[in-house]
Ligand binder design. Structure first.
Ligand code: CA
Length: 224
């Protein structure tokens, strides 16, 4: 498994590279956005880790360039904690996940493994359909029947997470740690509100409901 890291903080980049190599990955590291762009578009990677603030070409522009080239390699963005707008922008542009600095290496490794599992499924099927809903994971497009459904970056991630666990009950804590960068205890209401909004968009106008509540446990996405 080959990973590209574009991170201009020399120490952080080396730390990530060393850790991932110890975990068995092959890693290319560059400190410059333009080099990153060159590598991302000319080499094949299983995953890319991109910092947002980079010299020459910033991380968000890189995401756009990579996705515009129809490259659906999983992308993990790194960003300073305070820049919430950057994260939202990054996810909307097609990044798969983000990690706020500072972070533990264990967290990086967990995200990388999750994204690689997800990426593996994407390669097998970039489109997933459930009933009359078609979700194009690469283009991040959702339709039900003839109707195009517009989702925010977060709603898409939530739907994608449910889809990848189709037919399985996903607990709120699983959603919290995989879709939000938070622990279950911090604010469970956030998840219920987000599920409600997602249902409003993909289920409320249709007879066949896809998202179901499993009382006391969590949620399940399936056609019944
Ligand atoms: Ca930086």
């Amino acid at each position: 498994m080959k990973i590209l890291i574009v991170e201009d903080e020399i120490k952080l980049g080396s730390y990530l590279k060393k850790g991932l190599e110890e975990a068995g990955f092959v890693v290319d590291l560059t400190h410059d956005g333009l080099d990153g762009q060159h590598l991302a578009t000319s080499e094949r990677y299983d995953l890319m880790i991109l910092d947002i603030m980079l010299p020459n070409v910033d991380g968000l522009t890189l995401v756009k360039i990579i996705r515009d080239a129809d490259n659906s390699t999983p992308i993990l963005l790194l960003s300073a904690l305070s820049k919430t707008e950057d994260k939202v922008k990054g996810l909307d542009m097609g990044a798969d996940d983000y990690l706020a600095k500072p972070f533990d290496f264990a967290e990086v490794l967990a995200r990388v493994r999750t994204l690689l599992r997800r990426g593996g499924k994407e390669i097998q099927a970039s489109k997933i359909d459930v009933g009359d809903m078609v979700v194009d994971l690469a283009k991040r497009r959702v339709t039900r029947g003839d109707k195009r459904i517009d989702l925010t970056g977060k709603e898409f991630l939530l739907l994608e997470f449910l889809l990848l666990h189709q037919g399985e009950v996903v607990t709120r804590s699983l959603i919290a740690s995989n879709v939000w960068d938070m622990n279950f205890d911090s604010d469970t209401n956030v998840i219920d509100v987000a599920i409600k909004r997602l249902r409003g968009k993909i289920d409320s106008d249709f007879d066949d409901k896809l998202i179901h509540t499993v009382r006391g446990m969590g949620y399940i996405l399936e056609l019944r």
